[in-house]
Design a protein around this ligand. Structure first.
Ligand code: ATP
Ligand code: MG
Length: 402
């Protein structure tokens, strides 16, 4: 079969393939980009596989970077683009159910495609559009199946992360997992424990940000993969409830964790250790713990106060609202934006007076009293109880002091 319509990314990268083949080696587009091109989806990274060894690639191109030379990857810089060119390789010595750290370079495309995870990811594309399909990936693309290359039990035993990749591709592509592949995941789900939590995290987030996340999550539960994950092992019921929500796409990693946190009944305090276990970034932990109380308000159909908007800020309000909307509550984002911009002030520096003014006019000493006074004025202004002008603020400060 031939790919007739080349996406622009492939057309741009074609000279790289041609330069390698002109030098007497084989070169193909491989992996996710070939799969996505055949599905008519946008491509993100164009990966090239070649029979040339890294040193040979470096002789062909003027500008290269040794990105992962140990694993056979050289980045070729061409026309302002960067392409990862990786030597055909096999991964023989798997240790502890994780990606091997030693690879063997080979000259055979078949060997390289054989080590790939799923048949739909094991297609190669030649510069003239010819598809090389040694493991029936085209048939599986057509019938929308995620099927391990070779014996699924062995493949998941070699690298347990592949099990998470299967459920995440289910979500991203809206494919089914082929039954023997699915059974192998169920049987070996425990192996996922051997994988670094950061890598499981990345796959779980990709799953949840996928278009069909409820379906992906369903397989994550059905195969029992969730049992090996931090903070989720006893949460089957709560997780399952998530799969009954409408499959509205989630937009950010924070939205994903906020949804989990809510469903697991976590609080701003307990969500922190939960996310620490997942090695989440601090800014994500902060967004999630700050948005939880707002989400509770949306779900209880309570109005947010001016202070809620002011103190937590618009992005966090919108984050909580996004999840509330999944539950059929919350408001139109434009309405929340409007409300935020109508606040008397959005930041403390917009207050019509500062600490210096209070010291000067009220003969105060610097200290906690000053801070408290300013905070009270700020709250009154934000709540709309006090106009934001110097005279009114000074007068109010005086009466508070008395
Ligand atoms: P994405 O759209 O997320 O980039 P992808 O399929 O391109 O999906 P990558 O992680 O970019 O995924 O990997 C590129 C290719 O490398 C895959 O398509 C697959 O052929 C192979 N691959 C990646 N990870 C594994 C793995 N754990 N085991 C076997 N093959 C893998
Ligand atoms: Mg990719």
């Amino acid at each position: 079969m031939k790919l007739t319509h080349f996406p622009i990314e492939f057309t741009q990268a074609k000279p790289v393939l041609q330069a390698i083949t002109s030098a007497g080696y084989q070169a193909y587009f491989v992996g996710g980009s070939v799969r996505d091109a055949l599905l008519g989806k946008p491509l993100h990274d164009v990966d090239i596989a070649t029979s040339a060894y890294p040193a040979e690639i470096k002789q062909i191109f003027k500008r290269t970077v040794d990105t992962g030379i140990k694993h056979g990857t050289v980045t070729v810089l061409q026309q302002g683009q960067a392409y990862e060119v990786t030597t055909f390789r096999t991964e023989s010595a798997y240790q502890d159910f994780r990606r091997p750290d030693h690879v063997t370079f080979v000259r055979s495309l078949r060997e390289d495609l054989k080590r790939r995870d799923f048949t739909i990811n094991a297609l190669a594309l030649q510069h003239d559009g010819t598809i090389i399909d040694l493991f029936s990936g085209l048939a599986d693309l057509k019938t929308r199946l995620i099927r391990a290359v070779g014996d699924p039990n062995q493949r998941f035993h070699e690298d347990a992360l592949r099990m998470m990749r299967a459920v995440r591709f289910k979500s991203q592509l809206n494919f089914k997992i082929e039954s023997q592949t699915q059974t192998a995941i169920s049987n070996q789900h425990q192996l996922l424990k051997k994988i670094a939590v950061e890598r499981v995290h990345d796959e779980l987030i990709k799953l949840m940000l996928g278009k069909n996340w409820t379906a992906g999550l369903n397989s994550f539960i059905a195969t029992q993969l969730y049992q090996t994950c931090p903070g989720l092992s006893t949460a089957k019921k709560a997780l399952f409830a998530l799969t009954t929500l409408p499959t509205v796409p989630l937009k950010t990693e924070s939205a994903v964790w906020l949804l989990f946190a809510h469903q697991l009944g976590l609080t701003p305090k307990t969500v922190k250790p939960f996310l620490k276990q997942w090695k989440s970034a601090n800014n994500i932990i902060q967004s999630v713990s700050r948005s939880l109380p707002l989400l509770d308000k949306f779900l209880a159909q309570q109005n947010l106060s001016n202070w809620d908007y002011y103190y937590t800020g618009l992005p966090i309000v919108l984050l909580a609202n996004q999840i509330a909307q999944l539950y059929g509550l919350g408001a139109a984002p434009a309405q929340l934006q409007k409300r935020y911009h109508q606040l008397p002030i959005q930041q403390r520096r917009q207050l019509a007076l500062d600490g210096g003014d209070l010291l000067h006019h009220l003969a105060l000493q610097p200290g906690p009293q000053l801070g408290e006074l300013l905070a009270k004025l700020e709250q009154q202004v934000v709540a709309g109880n006090l106009p934001n002008n110097r005279q009114a603020l000074l007068q109010s400060a005086r009466s508070m002091l008395n």
